[in-house]
Design a protein around this ligand. Structure first.
Ligand code: NCD
Ligand code: ZN
Length: 346
């Protein structure tokens, strides 16, 4: 397909960081402009660990959605060691929690309160399996003896394969996968195991982080890997397999926190996310597969209705600003300073 206009069901973002306060107010309109729903990550300070905190956060997100825009935040619970399974089940039954998220302790931004050993949350996983509540995983080991580029592959071996074996009826999303190993694991697992893929891991490999000098705005976790892995992710995304679907992992940080002697992990891609995915699918000559990846497979996996409205993309220039003034600071967006070949019309 080499269409000039692309009309697809409105997509959803199955993994986003909306933050809180002024940053929440600034970034929510970007996500709500393109996506009908989003799975909102709970790694606030302090993290969202109760249904009451999630309900209050959901209210703050709804208040940040511009008038006339329809957007549904889907809330997640931040799993901590020995979390009360009843709290998860109650929050899920009340429609406050859509899923629960595993951050291995110290794996990424705001994960200090995360899980130190997955066995500590086995009672929670039992309960989630019983009620059909999806388990979302940041899949990296944190052992310092493991090279940072191997942390996802080693997580599969040391943790994920055991969780899958111990909870065969648990729905699992392996979030923001970055390796061929993860693609192969998900492909070989049963229908309850799926994965999200970000726009940036489809677009860049690890060399891009060092092109001509260090590029802090391309640093995220899990970190981008070798080209062979990027190619495997692209093949998975455009394959038409319902196991792979859209999750941006859009993660805004003030420019000063990125351009620092200890710059934080996270790429802000929300403003031009669908244009970035369209670029990849176009390059792979798979524009006819974009709708499945962006708008069908996610809701099917979560057991939610498809969106009824449509969005339109046209072939044409989108100039991505080098910087965006947000929340009293600047944020450098993904593709900043570049021109993309698709335009989001609405
Ligand atoms: C995320 C963030 O900044 O909250 N950063 C990132 O690099 N992706 C956390 C996460 O999802 O790992
Ligand atoms: Zn994330």
């Amino acid at each position: 397909m080499n269409a000039e206009t692309l009309v697809i069901r409105r997509p959803d973002d199955w993994h986003v960081h909306l933050r809180d306060g002024a940053m929440l107010a600034a970034v929510t309109p970007h996500t709500a402009r393109q996506f009908a729903r989003a799975i909102v990550m709970p790694n606030l300070k302090p993290p969202v660990t109760t249904a009451a905190a999630a309900a209050a956060y959901r209210d703050r997100i709804r208040a940040a959605v511009p008038a006339g825009v329809t957007f549904e935040p889907l809330m997640t619970c931040y799993l901590v060691d020995h979390i009360d399974p009843d709290e998860l089940v109650r929050g899920f039954a009340e429609g406050i929690f859509t899923a629960a998220k595993l951050y291995p302790a110290h794996a990424t931004t705001n994960s200090a309160a995360g899980v130190t050993d997955v066995r500590h949350i086995y009672p929670a996983l039992e309960a989630m399996q019983r009620v059909g509540m999806p388990f979302l995983i940041h899949g990296e080991v944190t052992d310092h003896d493991v090279d940072i580029f191997d942390r996802e592959a080693v997580f599969i071996e040391r943790t994920l394969q055991h969780v899958v074996a111990d909870f065969p009826a648990l729905k699992i999303v392996f979030e923001h996968i970055t390796t061929r190993d993860a693609v192969q694991f998900v492909e070989g697992a049963g229908p309850l195991i799926a994965a999200t893929i970000t726009p940036h891991h489809l677009a860049i490999n690890r060399s891009a982080m060092f092109e001509g000098g260090i590029r802090p705005h391309l640093y995220c976790l899990p970190v981008a890997k070798r080209e062979v892995h990027r190619l495997a992710l692209r093949a998975a995304a455009v394959s038409g397999s319902p196991k792979f679907f859209l999750g941006t992992d859009s993660a805004p940080h003030p420019v000063g926190d990125k351009e620092s002697d200890c710059g934080c992990a996270g790429i802000y891609n929300a403003p031009f996310a669908i244009e970035s995915y369209a670029k990849t699918f176009d390059e792979e000559r798979a524009l006819d597969r974009l709708e499945g990846f962006a708008s069908l497979f996610g809701p099917q996996f979560y057991g939610l209705p498809l969106n009824e409205d449509r969005i339109t993309l046209v072939r044409g220039e989108t100039i991505v600003p080098a910087r965006l003034a947000l929340a009293g600071t600047d944020v450098v967006p993904f593709h900043g300073g570049q021109t993309l070949g698709w335009r989001f019309v609405g």
